[in-house]
Design a protein around this ligand. Sequence first.
Ligand code: UD1
Ligand code: CA
Length: 451
Amino acid sequence: MSIALVILAAGKGTRMRSGLPKVLHKVAGAPLLAHAMASGSSLSPERTVIVTGHGAEQVEAAAREIDETATCVLQFEQLGTGHAVLQARPALEGFDGDVIVLYGDTPFIRPETLEAMAEARKSHDVVVLGFTAADPGKYGRLVMDGDELMQIVEFKDAGLRERAIDFCNSGVISASSETLFALLDRVGNDNASGEYYLTDIVALAREAGLSATAVSCDEAETMGVNSRVDLAAAEAGFQARKRSELLVSGVTMAAPDTVWFGHDTWIGPDCEIEPNVVFGPGVTVENGAHIRAFSHLEGCHVSRGAVVGPYARLRSGAELAEDVRVGNFVEIKNAVLDEGAKVNHLTYIGDAHIGEKTNVGAGTITCNYDGVFKHHTEIGKRAFIGSNTMLVAPVTIGDEAMTASGAVITKNVPEGALALARADQVNKPGLARKLFEMLKSKKAEQAGSKQ
Ligand code: UD1
Ligand code: CA
């Protein structure tokens, strides 16, 4: 069965109190919209349609970045969820399969849940995802008769009896494209909110002699984000799940609650992550690597046996081969470090390639930026960069070459050469002692004149 996703993302999100459209607020470094699209993508949808409204341009740009094949349609006025889904109709022209409606502000629907809905669709025309709410609040209520879903009643329209129901509508609904739009054509807005409710399609399906049912999921999965309080709770929920997933998969963490992951962090078994490490998006860490305390990683790859930190920063494009060492107060950006390279202390490596087994001394800086352009530094194999070397890029250091401590390297260093690039040292015998005496007597004079 081919699948199309319709993701509703037109709402204003007033309670976020934000200039940014709600669905672009981030959890684990990815916009809420990206999470919703990712859960839907497990069904390999043939089409993805995003209904935008408030902040449409920004949402559309973000959607395109996440999936360039996604189509955005504009819901000019927010007249209700039913009206929102209708806006997707032109984009689904010629599509003949199942439509699944998701909300852009509901990030955690699991692929397994959507698969269970697809399964239920084999025996029912309309399938709704429900959950038993600890506090049913203002959710729409699912009126069941055995396995059959009879209707969905919105809180505002519900009587006392219906309000007593705690089986609630998550918002996720699935039906064939044909059924969905045929039913939506009949949805009116004669209700307490004056909105076109998507939820009305259930009762309309029943009237038309079609069947409907509900699949149930955990409440945590259907959590929607409406405020920054919800956003923080969503982040906490994501992190808690990710931590336990990684522990179960064989990653050692002595203080998992202090480690923060990106939405797509991948860490292999037998890695050790010390306390207070933060992973931004786009990080992969291979088996047996060791990330020491207080390190910050994003957009980088760490190979087997590498050791990073404590207090290291790996930025985007940092690529560490096996057994690389990156130590304290070292920042690496857009640089490849080959096997066994060592950059242990107080160093900035940007836009560079460092050959295998090369050792970079403390305080080394690749001076990669001239204020306008970025330039590359190339360092060969088994080279030795002396402490406090300034590598003024573009520059190349050959294999097994050496730079003297404190060198300012502006010219290429050939293979095997030693580069000395600093002022010669001059010693003045006895001058230090003289200088001290002079300064001390000056201090004594000043103290005397104050009395
Ligand atoms: C909706 C459901 C309710 C369910 C609840 C779950 C309806 C009528 N009600 O209520 O049964 O329990 O979600 O959270 O469907 N949106 C648009 N365009 C619109 C209206 C909404 O894109 O014109 C989007 C919103 O941005 C949001 C989602 O649809 O992502 C849900 O809209 P919202 O107004 O929050 O619906 P609820 O009243 O919470
Ligand atoms: Ca809502």
